[in-house]
Design a binder for this molecule. Sequence first.
Ligand SMILES: Cc1ncc(COP(=O)(O)O)c(C=O)c1O
Length: 416
Amino acid sequence: MAHRIQNSRVWEERLAQRNFVQEGVPASAFTSKPPEGVTVVSLSWGLPDPDLFPVERFAQASERVLRREGRQALQYGGSASVTHLAEWIAQRVARFGIQASSADVVVSNGSSQGMDLLARLLVDERDEVWVEAPSYFGALRIFASAGARLRAFPVDGEGLIVDAVREALQEAAAGKRPFPKLFYLMPNYHNPADCTLSRTRLEALAELAQTYGLLLLEDGAYGELCFSPEPLPALKALAPEQIFYMSAFSKTLAPGVRVGWLIGPSGVADRLRDQKVDGATSGLVQAIVAEVLRGMDFDAHVQQLRQRYQQRRDALVRGLKESLPPEATFVLPSGGFFVWLQLQEDTDVEANLPQALAAGVDFVPGSAFYLAPDRAAGAGRSSMRLCFSYSPIDKLEEGARRLGMLLSGFPRTTAL
Ligand SMILES: Cc1ncc(COP(=O)(O)O)c(C=O)c1O
């Protein structure tokens, strides 16, 4: 026992022995504290507006489910409502052009678990997984934890630059570089860049997937939250056998229910379900969500969300246009929760976060959305993600004003 006494917290020693890079920044990293007495307008948290959660419907649905089918809903496997929910999801995704039966729908704990199931099923240590740059940090964490080697491909205002992927696939097919097990991407309302893949690129990517047998994981987290009258088709609609599609109720009903779904190519659903190592996705919660959906006009609800988030986008954008220095640029988001702001190249956004907090505004530094080696080389250093979904309109305008004043005086670095 004597060798242990040096450090009573043995787990810290074991942790220090780990030798892999934990890619992706945990969400807890964004809760920086402002100086005392400063009230911050938060533009950092990617949270839905809690006033839009159908709380009363959940209260009533919970009671009804427990009284009507409590014994089954609380059992392993859940009640028949589990099947009803899968049927509802299969019908809903048809509006994005996805053909699926309830048996094809793998219900998961949020869409995060969908990614994890796929990583468990497909990814061996040191396999390549390709992602976008920037990308959603939660996904980077999941694939890196599975032991994948991540390689990032740039996006611009029209989404993923598909020509760069084509070139890499040609090299991989010629044996000059490893072929990826999977490509993870957000075709619509990207987090953080809030770009949307143009129709031309969408078609080109679907064709590449078919030509090279490339598997893609399409993240449709914000797919319902478009600011156009009609939702955009999913990439999966164009190449169903190459694409896994995932989404969740996190942005439409409430993230706290932790109910999402993954729909893969034909025949894979049971293999994905077999990867669950956490017992199950709660049958009780699935039954309550199914009951909530049964009693509501979901289209009308989503319409209300779109209007609210579009008003907030407009408020933030208005404030930014009035206050930002001319060198700051962004693409107008056509859905989702975020504005991705690009500053002059020699700006070090992360270094200036304490100053921003002192001025009463916060954001997520762009570097958080890049892979560690790219971050070290300066990727994302002069960008920031601003979230418009959470704060009310007057706060968004005020936040934009504070940010504008601050950016005009941001100290610059000379070397990148
Ligand atoms: C692009 C994207 N994908 C996936 C997720 C995870 O969603 P969930 O809460 O459903 O696991 C998020 C959460 O913010 C996200 O922004």
